[in-house]
Design a protein. Structure first.
Length: 155
């Protein structure tokens, strides 16, 4: 590993952290936590595309949040009547979460704007640049995941 490798890793992670801070600040500006924004985003588009709801397990998988975090967010959204939670007939332990009309009204502007910003920012790249960005980001994430999971002391 070279000094240039270390510098570039620092810069890449700094940009990633800047993006996380941007999402966090945007969510707070709209009265929610960033993790709530991630959850309402997937539930909103589930409703828009009439997918029929999502289990909390699916929400965890899609948002990369823990079961406890998603459960707490769902409880808060339920208390505000922004979602409904119903048992899945085939497996009563699984609950289907659906956004209500009030939930759609609550988050539509916020979710659509952040989606527009993401889509527009991506469109500012050429198709080739988009493929490179996605490919390299995916490769970095796979490499990082493998290395973090090694948990060696000699890193």
């Amino acid at each position: 590993m070279t000094e240039e490798d270390r510098k570039n890793a620092y810069l890449y992670c700094k940009f990633r952290d800047e993006q996380f801070a941007l999402y966090d600040e945007y969510a707070k500006r709209h009265g929610m936590m960033m993790k709530t924004l991630l959850v309402v985003n997937v539930l909103f588009y589930d409703a828009v595309y009439q997918k029929g709801g999502m289990t909390q397990k699916e929400i965890c998988r899609r948002t990369f949040q823990s079961k406890q975090t998603v459960n707490l967010i769902i409880k808060n959204l339920l208390a505000e009547n922004y979602v409904t939670v119903t048992e899945v007939p085939e497996n009563k332990r699984n609950k289907l979460v659906r956004m209500t009309g009030a939930g759609m009204a609550y988050c539509e502007k916020v979710v659509r704007h952040i989606t527009w910003a993401e889509d527009t920012a991506m469109s500012m790249f050429t198709p080739e640049e988009q493929k490179q960005l996605i490919g390299l980001s995916r490769k970095f994430t796979k490499n990082l995941t493998r290395l973090v999971n090694l948990e060696t002391e000699d890193a």
